[in-house]
Design a binder for this molecule. Sequence first.
Ligand SMILES: Nc1ncnc2c1ncn2[C@@H]1O[C@H](COP(=O)(O)OP(=O)(O)O)[C@@H](O)[C@H]1O
Ligand SMILES: [Mg+2]
Length: 365
Amino acid sequence: MNELFRLAVEASPVGMIVVDAHGTILFVNSEIQRLFGYREGELAGAVVDVLLPDAAKPHHAAMRAGYMRSPEQRPMGRGRDLLARRKDGSVFPVEVGLNPIRSPDGMLVMCSVLDITARKEAAERLSAANTQLERLNREKDRLLAVVSHDLRAPAATISILVDNLLVDDERRPTDLQRQLLGAIHRQVQRQIRLINDLLDHSRIESGQLTLDKQAVDLRAVLSEAIADMAGLAARFGRRLEARLGQTDICLELDEARVVNAVTNLVTNAIRFARSRVCVSLALAEEDVTVEVADDGPGVPEDELQTIFLPQQRGPSAAPVDGLGLGLAIVKGIVEAHGGRADARNVIDACGAIGGAVFRVVLPLR
Ligand SMILES: Nc1ncnc2c1ncn2[C@@H]1O[C@H](COP(=O)(O)OP(=O)(O)O)[C@@H](O)[C@H]1O
Ligand SMILES: [Mg+2]
């Protein structure tokens, strides 16, 4: 064999075997000797089948003959896991490449052999870790759902009981009692909101958010929701404007959930606004857009892309009445309707941020 060729093959970090048309080994490099546990000179002249596990031997002669009829450069055993056998009988996974060489002495085949034990083990570890993670994630979702569910029932009961006390005409509560009951009521309501968010979030994460769709007039629905938030806006000293247009916009949606999504955006906007929040509605051919704009500090430009992910609460917001799940829930609800949500900043003539605009687009059909 050409000396230069021999030197090149010998220098390869990959195991190399050269066989003739009958599968007789003409040459192996030292990497092959190392991989298979043979000494120098031991393999030359042997049939290449000695490197195969016993189970693969019976078919190999026919396969070799088949390859020789139409030799081409290709991996061996496409789609199958290949095993090789060391001199001591132990077996290991390999990747084998076949390269025909038309030499003056006839057709030869150069096989490259790569020991893929480490790669296989890493893939198996990764897959096991993945399975474990998926299991844990499912378990977390299940726990979250169970806990939220069980927490919500007593909270709802407390809320009703406090309501009853507040309207108890016979034993009129004193002013102090009324004040305290009012505080309990607000706290319980807040707790219920957080629990509902947790429940919605776990449903969205596990793809189990089911919509209760009905034909509604979005303009009327939003108008009502915005009226409900007037008190909150007033408490923060913000003006809450609605530009909803004059036309009814009828579409099929889960009213409670869409109201929840818009309420989330408006609540955030009220929190961040300097003086005003504006909710507008724009109808297009195929969809309808709800925009919630404020004149607050806006969203840092590098957070615009990730702001709809859970727990993306900026440090500016602390301490706040939320879990940092609000926008993730908005996105989940909107996407469940086949729509999309995004955020941008209003940039004024001087290039400064003049507030944030959160947008929800819902398909009409
Ligand atoms: N209108 C807004 N202007 C500026 N930043 C906002 C606005 N709305 C939301 N954000 C940012 O996005 C974060 C996540 O909001 P959200 O998911 O509703 O969670 P939470 O309200 O519980 O903080 C907020 O904490 C805030 O940093
Ligand atoms: Mg929020």
